[in-house]
Design a protein around this ligand. Structure first.
Ligand SMILES: Nc1ncnc2c1ncn2[C@@H]1O[C@H](COP(=O)(O)OP(=O)(O)O)[C@@H](O)[C@H]1O
Ligand SMILES: [Mg+2]
Length: 500
């Protein structure tokens, strides 16, 4: 057997009140894509942060090519050939692609034309399509991720860690990423691929290590020896009861959300939403299916008051809010679960308490001041009711795992009895348990009479949850389907732009 590219041996990492890694181990061979699997909170990100020099483990050894190392910073790890692409990107939006790639790794004076050429050549070598001169703020999430990967390759990383890279990608982009990873390992590098999408793991990866509760429960299993079901069982243990999804009872009530003839131009000057109309009634879940990038984000942002509207109207619970501010929309009964949880919905650096009360702080005043007593008890109540796992309520929001962030966000939004919930990709990036929890929250909200508009790229999720499915393509609704009667093929065809 060839020598390991990376070996993590008996890693312990504790945070106040939480043991994130409890003796975890991982061995990755060069020339392989190695999956690290585990439900939210299993300790995957923490273990990778130990390898990438972000944290110093409390105990345990890290060996690179057989040599024990001790990193005190990410720069140390990079110098030893370990590069990591974090879940939240760390790029400078106003810099170009090439400037971001070389930032921190180049002399002060640069021949930018030469750098642009070299970055373009590097991108081409790995089969990326990247324009070195475009500013990063103009790029999609998928394109930004490529810049992060180029950054690591520019520094000649021998081991590339990708923390849930496909959570921000469309299914098509995910397939393309799989091909890029294959090229990297063909050159002898090792890739550590964190995901809980088992179909990706079985199609992109060579081996897998599974973490549960901070421990390694299976090491370096050959993917060819297992199926997705066995991997899922290792991740969740044997008690994996999937939440049954109950169909709607009774008939939908009044219109809670009406979007009429809405047209929105996005920041690139393109028509993102094109004279679109839809209605969501009390007691129904309306699903919007479609490949990301077909205007879904502009639609939900326009409903929430985060994006300007060219023409048309948005009505919430009978009041026209087309030109209203975000606060007035909340008062009219809107709850919004944005796609970008840590960008729009939550403040990553502020404590959990602040995030919990961001919406309802006006009800927690004592005179002109916020009552901290009330804020804390509100926060603790949310944590209990929505089963949010937190170290301490004073910890920064960003320390929570994805599923717990989403539970807190949804709990906060639902606690004010909204008449309509707009949820954008609410389960994306969550593990099996997190997906089930969020889905059943949305279903019970519907059963209590709220209208739910749910945007998802996961057609199976919409088929299981939605009472009606609308298909969005190129800014328009191109079809409406009854999930109990329609076939996946029919809906898929509409998604691909086969306009009726
Ligand atoms: N900086 C931190 N401070 C406190 N707790 C943390 C921190 N980072 C992670 N945790 C906790 O450690 C556990 C493991 O988290 P993480 O490594 O992010 O898991 P995963 O990536 O598998 O979802 C979780 O309970 C999480 O809340
Ligand atoms: Mg993680």
């Amino acid at each position: 057997m060839s020598r390991a590219a990376v070996e993590l041996d008996g890693i312990w990492k504790r945070f106040p009140g939480v043991i994130a890694n409890a003796g975890a181990s991982l061995t990755v061979r060069p020339g392989t894509v190695h999956a690290v699997l585990g439900v939210n909170g299993a300790g995957k990100t923490t273990l990778m942060n130990c390898l990438a020099g972000v944290y110093l483990p409390d105990e345990g050894a890290i060996r690179i090519g057989g040599q024990e190392v001790r990193f005190s910073s990410p720069a140390d790890a990079l110098a030893a050939g370990i590069g990591m692409v974090h879940q939240e990107f760390r790029l400078v939006p106003t810099f170009t692609v090439a400037e971001n790639v070389v930032l921190g790794a180049a002399p002060r004076v640069l021949d930018m034309a030469a750098v642009n050429r070299e970055v373009a050549a590097l991108a081409e070598r790995f089969g990326f399509d990247a324009d070195p001169e475009r500013p990063v703020w103009q790029l999609s999430m998928g394109e930004r991720q490529r810049v992060e990967i180029l950054k690591a390759l520019w520094r000649d990383a021998k081991v590339l860690i990708l923390d849930e890279p496909t959570a921000v990608l469309t299914p098509q982009e995910a397939v393309e990423l799989g091909a890029v990873l294959r090229r990297m390992v063909d050159e002898g590098r090792a890739v550590i691929f964190i995901s809980h999408k088992l179909d990706e793991v079985t199609s992109f990866c060579d081996e897998a290590t599974v973490l549960r509760g901070g421990k390694t429960v299976a090491s370096s299993i050959a993917i060819s020896d297992v199926d997705a079901g066995q991997l899922a069982e290792l991740m969740v243990g044997s008690s994996s009861a999937a939440t049954p999804i109950s169909p709607r009872v009774g008939v939908p009530g009044d219109v809670m959300l009406a979007v009429a003839d809405l047209t929105v131009t996005d920041s690139r000057g393109l028509t993102a939403v094109d004279a679109l109309s839809l209605e969501v009634r009390s007691g129904e879940i309306v699903g919007i299916a479609g490949v990301a990038g077909n205007g879904q984000r502009s639609l939900t942002d326009a409903i929430a008051g985060l994006e300007l509207v060219d023409s048309g109207s948005v009505t919430i619970n009978g009041s026209d809010v087309t030109t209203a501010g975000t606060r007035q929309r909340v008062d009219a009964g809107l709850a919004y679960i944005p796609e970008d949880r840590l960008g729009v919905g939550l403040a990553p650096k502020l404590p959990v308490t602040h995030n919990a009360v961001m919406r309802g702080y006006r009800d927690m005043r004592q005179g002109p001041m916020l009552s901290w007593e009330r804020a804390k008890s509100f926060c603790n109540d949310l944590i209990d009711r929505f089963e949010v796992k937190v170290g301490r309520i004073d910890d920064p929001m960003a320390s929570l795992s994805g599923g717990n962030l989403q539970r807190l966000l949804l709990g906060r939004e639902l606690s004010s009895d909204p008449s309509v919930v707009v949820a954008s990709q609410p389960t994306r990036g969550l593990d099996v348990a997190g997906v089930g929890a969020i889905q059943s929250l949305l279903v019970s909200q519907r059963d209590e009479g709220t209208g739910v508009l749910m945007i998802s790229e996961d057609l199976d999720e919409l088929l299981a949850l939605a009472d009606r499915i609308l298909v969005m393509s190129e800014g328009r609704i191109v079809g409406e389907f009854d999930p109990r009667a329609a076939s996946r093929a029919e809906i898929g065809e509409a998604m691909m732009g086969a306009h009726a």
